[in-house]
Design a protein around this ligand. Structure first.
Ligand code: DHB
Length: 396
């Protein structure tokens, strides 16, 4: 039989003594302030460590600027290294975060295969999973608890396909990393560029692990195409640019184009003048001219000397915005209620205006065309055109 809980007089007195022993802190306040635990799984070591460094830095900065409590609940960031392209490890870490740490939200995910690996854990545990970096379009379909704060490859590829077809680049050689986001990007570019009358000379794919770009770039040069279309995940751009430069593709008259991952702002200063003239489309440039971005770049560079914030960093920043705002609306919300609160959210990010499409739980945002230019001796991605409200499928 269920008996209603009625504290005895003795219990009440014990409780009162407990409150007295704790000074002025009432017991009820302790019970209410259960921490908000955010479990971030990120590449903190290995070839994709720049993604982890950028996202962990922007999440910490967000907390510094917006307070380390939400509706009276202290916020705790638990950062875990994914240890590389190891889906089973990410899945195990996600399970540990749920079972042992009892996290409120899962977040991070530097690479698509790792987001795929964690998706069933989010579904089973009914915890929101904020995908801050991985960019394959289908990711949110893998769990109703996924909300994306970064970007998709079709979104960032569609504008450059249009630009190429309108700017006398008739014959294009494509090079992408051989995994889901690379295939998303290749498919978007090839289909749209061909539909606009362009010719694809050849399409090659490089391995995700230990790629050697040299033979592919030599083949691209020998093809005498007008342009080389490149998608590589952030962290790989420097190696591609080095080969592009050393093999003299630019001098041979070949333009480098693509989504902006290849000229990401973290590595761009190390590329130097070799990157000048590259044309890309992307949702974020550290050179974006807005008061929100000027303040963001200054604060990130002050907190992390020598590090220029890149597009993954804003995925982290805006992911934290989603988490904070959802919890402000639903301070004790279940996983379902928090995801519901995130659907349709609209705000101004350092990248520009953005929102979460309630139907797909995916990001809708402005995508910019940019040219990499030397400014005061350093390369920056300078925006020169924009497409507003671009959805995850790359509608422009
Ligand atoms: C992915 C990772 C990246 O670093 C990037 O720039 C684009 C896509 C991914 O694995 O989805």
């Amino acid at each position: 039989m269920n008996r209603p809980f009625r504290p005895s007089r003795r219990r009440i007195l014990q409780g009162a003594a407990g409150v007295a022993a704790l000074g002025t802190v009432p017991r009820i306040a302790i019970a209410q302030s259960a921490p908000v635990k955010i479990g971030l799984i990120l590449p903190m070591t290995g070839p994709f460590a720049s993604t982890g460094r950028q996202i962990s830095a922007s999440c910490k900065l967000y907390m510094q600027q917006h307070g380390s409590t939400i509706a009276g609940r202290p916020v705790e960031l638990i950062i875990k290294d994914d240890t590389g392209v190891a889906p089973e490890t990410t899945k195990r870490i996600a399970q540990e975060l749920v079972v042992q740490d009892k996290i409120t939200v899962l977040a991070g995910f530097g690479l698509t295969p790792l987001a795929f690996a964690a998706a069933p854990v989010a579904t089973e545990a009914k915890v929101p999973m904020i995908v801050m970096a991985a960019g394959t379009q289908v990711i949110p379909q893998r769990s109703p608890f996924i909300v994306r704060s970064g970007f998709t490859l079709p979104q960032n590829t569609a504008p450059i396909a249009l630009w190429a077809s309108q700017n006398k680049l008739n014959r294009v050689f494509t090079l992408v990393t051989d995994y889901a986001p690379g295939l998303d990007s290749e498919k978007t570019f090839v289909n749209r560029f061909k539909a606009a009358g362009g010719t694809i000379v050849e399409s090659v794919r490089t391995p995700l692990k230990n790629p050697d770009y040299a033979p592919f770039l030599q083949r691209a040069k020998d093809s005498k195409a007008d342009a080389l279309f490149v998608f590589v995940p952030s962290g790989e751009g420097l190696a591609v640019m080095k080969q592009f430069d050393e093999r003299g593709l630019k001098q041979a008259g070949m333009k480098m184009i693509g989504p902006g991952d290849v000229v990401d702002d973290d590595l761009l200063p190390s590329m130097g003048a070799a990157a000048a003239g590259v044309i890309t489309s992307m949702h974020y440039s550290a050179a974006h001219d807005s008061p929100e971005n000027k303040a963001y770049v200054a604060a990130m560079m002050k907190a992390n000397p020598g590090m220029r914030p890149n597009f993954h960093s804003v995925g982290g920043w805006d992911g934290m915005h989603l988490i904070y705002e959802a919890l402000k609306k639903e301070p004790k919300g279940s996983g379902e209620q928090l995801v519901e609160a995130m659907k349709g959210m609209k705000w101004t990010s350092p990248r520009g205006p953005m929102s979460i499409d309630p139907a797909t739980r995916d990001v809708v945002q402005t995508v910019y065309l940019r040219e990499t230019k030397m400014v005061n001796g350093e390369p920056w991605n300078i925006e020169f055109a924009k497409f507003e409200n671009v959805g995850p499928g790359g509608n422009i």
